[in-house]
Design a protein around this ligand. Structure first.
Ligand code: RB5
Length: 140
């Protein structure tokens, strides 16, 4: 799949780890930054870069990271057409696809261990949107 990844400095380390993991699995990764964790940057700038890649259909979906995942998910959700889901566990990652058809997964780099982060990403990738009544709700 084609996936855009983005983070601020707080999510940088986990972004790099997940990027490497997904590349090894054969996915195409578009990394829009940030590119180091020493420089303090503003998460809305990176949310916007990722959101635009998703909306332009250059990628299938996005994964965005900040310290908690809160700020960058709030920022991404201000872009019309983006449904960013902040997930801390496998259940929410699955539901974010099944019921919400999320097109961006948001993760907290300062919260999640690498093992659970991989499980969350895999659950998100491997779950399908159920459509039906959930589509009507998305349309509203
Ligand atoms: C940056 O220090 C931190 O505030 C940011 O990464 C994020 O957690 C905000 O929601």
């Amino acid at each position: 799949m084609k996936i855009v990844v983005a983070s601020d400095h707080g999510g940088f380390e986990l972004k790099e780890f997940i990027k490497g993991y997904l590349e090894k699995k054969g996915h195409f990764i578009s990394d829009v930054g940030t590119f180091d964790e020493c420089t303090s940057v503003d998460y809305p700038d990176y949310a916007s870069l990722a959101a635009n890649k998703v909306l332009s259909k250059e990628v299938d979906f996005g994964i965005i990271f900040c310290g908690t995942g809160i700020g960058i998910s709030i920022a991404a959700n201000k872009v019309k057409g983006i449904r960013a889901a902040l997930c801390h566990d496998i259940f929410t990652a699955k539901m974010a696809k099944m019921h919400n058809n999320a097109n961006i997964l948001a993760l907290g780099g300062r919260l999640l261990g690498k093992g659970i982060a991989i499980e969350i990403v895999e659950a998100f990738i491997n779950t399908e949107f159920e459509g039906g009544r959930h589509q009507s709700r998305l349309d509203k």
